[in-house]
Design a binder for this molecule. Sequence first.
Ligand code: PTT
Ligand code: SF4
Length: 623
Amino acid sequence: MFKGGWAGRILKIDLTKRKHTVVELPRDLAERFVGGRGFAIKILWDELPRGTDPMSPDNILIFATGPLTGLKIPSSGKMIVASKSPLTGGYGDGNIGVRMAVELKKAGYDAIIIYGRAEKPSYVYIEDKNVQIRDAKDLWGMKTYEADDVLREAQGEDCGVLLIGRAGENLVRYSVIVAEKGRAGGRPGMGAVMGSKNLKAVVIKGTSEIPVHDEEKVEILAEEAYETIERSPNYEFWRKQGTMATIEWAQANSVLPTHNFREGVFELAEEIGGLTMEKVHKIAQRGCPYCNMPCGNIVIAKRGKYSGIESELDYENVAMLGSNLGIGDMNSIIALNRLCDEYGLDTISTGSVLGFLFEAFERGLITREDLDGLSPRWGDEEQALLLIEKIANKEGIGRILALGVKALSEVIGKGSAGFAMHVKGLEISAYDCHAAIGMALAYGTSPIGAHHKDAWFIAWEIKMGRNVVSREKVERLIYMQNIRGGIFETLTVCRLPWIELGFDLDWYPRFFEAATGLKMSLNEMLVIAERIYCLIRAFWIRENNYNWNRYMDYPPLRWFEESLTKGPLKNSKLSYSDYDKMLSWYYELRGWNSNGIPKPETLKGLGLREVAEELKKAYEDKF
Ligand code: PTT
Ligand code: SF4
């Protein structure tokens, strides 16, 4: 029995058989993989048949929390959505901050695993032990804001809701899962996996208290922690700006993706920056459950034809739908962002696909005829809006654009792969790396493809020296990846108190002990992070049919081949030999071989003997 933290149960729902079962959370899974991403990768490794088509009923969709999720401690309202990705073919997950994270735990579950495919559009309704698969005929095709309203009207405001938009229904490979009008998660196509299961939404109400080992201790720690966060010197500024101040920071440091990552500075950066957002557009602030540093900026378009449209903005949305497309007007970006949320399209990948297309059109690699009569040009938000409609509805050219930038460049050919901005098929999030070799390596080795979730090394890199090529830099990078992707994604709480307001990492083992009654030091958590990183890597290798080499961990050619032509870092580009050197250190430090495959002794040392044996056997059979 668990003393607290974990609810102790997993809910398994088979949509094909219309059946559900509840199983006990295995102690070994909790102690060795903690929660969230740890649970997800272990379940996928154990249960998913090798080579499963991600859009087939055989794929598994996992919603997972961790031992700190939903407790009354800072920023604990987070959960993981994970599956085999239809965009990359590898491990995919996303982190989403929503009421459902708390309701899931209150309903008595740590995770839900969804199997099979419903015969017709459905949604799952859960109220504690009562689990129903309901008809979603009327919700299918509905935009996410409206569907959210309809579900809440029927079930009450006090429930957690996750849903997909038309992009997920139509299996767009970079569709996300959306919630609460503006929260979105699961960049590598988790929305499409949900769509492939004919699952429009999941609605949960939980009525129990989440068990904790030492309630008084949790309360005392929480009070102290909330106060500590509020005393942070950056607290007031953060509450006004959230992640949006990053626009000004990225511009000053030449990393703001501009014109499909050609440049790191944008002449209209001020127009789309945090200050403009705050002074002109912001109308409200909101946050995830139990967060006292809410960062959700609710904004409104004030001028022109989009006047009156509301949306929730973060740095990534603005950079990828703004500077990356040469769009320097916040009103237009608000309209673009809202449309992506309504359809459930990932804003980062959408911005990357459109940026690639604008460039291909400019270079004459694709014509108006190919584009159903459209002529996309930098800065033209009207064309971007039309293209988003086509992608989400898979109309005309939208059918190909819906495949993601890697597949799109393969269709277009003519050397366009050189400016297709992705790693392992996942479009790069909003940091240009012409002059940031460490961040490029972090993207290259991130466990889901190029997402800053694990990879955000840029601020540390700038402090350490952008030109530094050293083993120490790589060591630091791995340490950061393990904390971000290994600790926060398994305890399943928000990492922003730590990153943005300097909330000390030592708080987390203290929360963990008070909640679960188990002692685990930060160093022990870092070992678990290594275990999870290795298992995710093994999963990629297995799903890639054991065809794996170091070039899988390379960022796009653009950063090596073309220099920046503007800004303070003009003429910068990456060097192949430096990148390769850093990659070799990375493998050495992680205990992986020169092709990026975990060595048997590394896997065994992390308690993954069966994984070592499976890899060994596969390679013996193959070669
Ligand atoms: C996240 C990625 C991000 S990360 C952003 S903005 W960011 C984009 N947001 C989108 C959106 O919005 N609409 C849409 N249609 N697509 C979008 N795609 C993009 O998705 C997120 C916050 C943010 S805002 C960040 S950094 C932090 N991320 C955390 C994380 O990953 N782990 C963790 N433990 N804590 C985190 N805290 C912060 O949470 P993905 P959210 Mg999202 C409108 O999920 O797949 O990881 O992609 O969850 O609730 O919106 O909060 O500048
Ligand atoms: Fe959510 Fe932002 Fe608070 Fe993190 S800091 S919990 S993302 S509102």
